[in-house]
Structures are given as structure tokens and as C-alpha cells.
Design a protein around this ligand. Sequence first.
Ligand code: HEC
Length: 155
Amino acid sequence: MRLLALALLLLAGCDNMVRQPRYDAYGEAPLFPDGKALQVPPDGTIARDAPQWAAAAQRPALTPALLARGQERYAIYCTMCHGLDGSGDGTVTARGFPRPADFREPEQKALGSGRIFQAISDGRGTMYGFSDRVSAPDRWAIAAYVEALQRTGRP
Ligand code: HEC
């Protein structure tokens, strides 16, 4: 009898994962002071279609200063995987991380700065995105530098 009670007690702890506690968007949430699950976005939040983003999506003019900035940022954020010359032999790949393609391969050369900017921003495959740690102007500078690497074939 005691064993049966124990078995019932243990079974009661089992639940299927379909039923889990969650808040509905327009439901109540005692956690917040106003009691609503749907909270007002914090000050400074920018809508996805706001003009600020459009400005960030503009490619800046190609200048020696932009390329110099790109070269410096590339060395900081990209060389460990892509290598100084963009061949994909960074130190991280020697330790088992998937090796990226050589930037000087025809397929990579065909990307163009827009696609490169996008890859830096959002990431690609195993490569993480950098939009949370590298500003949009710097991502453009890096993209311009990668294109320069592709054209000259050397750092
Ligand atoms: C942690 C390693 C790592 C770092 C750091 C890294 N990448 Fe990558 N990158 C990769 C790998 C791996 C791929 C191939 C991704 C795939 O196809 O799965 C890749 C792909 C790319 C591509 C090709 C995208 C495409 O559409 O084919 C570009 C361009 C690129 N990286 C640029 C950069 C730049 C610029 C930086 C620095 C801001 C950077 N990466 C930092 C590992 C890295």
C-alpha cells in the first residue's frame, strides 16, 4: 500500500511538455508593475523599418581612411578565422573550427560589399553575426577592406 502511494506520488510529478506555464500576449502578468504581459518597448528602441536603419544600410564613400579603419577592424574581428590575407587559415581553424572559404575564390569575389556587409551583420552558417559588437559604419569599413583584399590578393 505504501509502495502504491509512493508510485502515485512520483507519477503526479510527470507532466507532458505540451502544458507549460506561459503568458499570452494580451494576458495578465503579475511579474510587471502594470500587470500586463505585453510591455511597452524601452526608451530608445528603434523600429525595424525606421529611417535610422536605412541610414546604416547606406554604403559610405570609399576613402583611404575607410579602408584603413576596415583593415584595423578586420585584424581584430576576422583574422582568427579568415587569416590576415583572407585565405581562411586563421588560428581558430587550426583547432577544429570549420575553415571558411578563401576570400579570393571566384565565388567569394562575386559576393560584393553589400553581401559581405550582410554576412558580417547577420552571420553565415557557423559564423556568428557582429551587429551587436561592431557598429554599422565599421561593418561597411570592414566590407570595403575585404573587397580590397579580394582585388589585390594580399593584406
Ligand atoms: C569564428 C570564426 C569566424 C570569424 C571570427 C569570422 N568568420 Fe566569416 N566565416 C566563417 C566561416 C566558418 C564561414 C563559412 C560559413 C558557412 O558557409 O558555413 C564564414 C563566411 C564568411 C563570408 C562568406 C559569406 C557568404 O555568403 O558566402 C564572409 C564574407 C565572411 N565570413 C566575412 C567575415 C568578416 C568580414 C569577419 C570579421 C568581421 C568574419 N567573417 C569573422 C568564420 C568566421
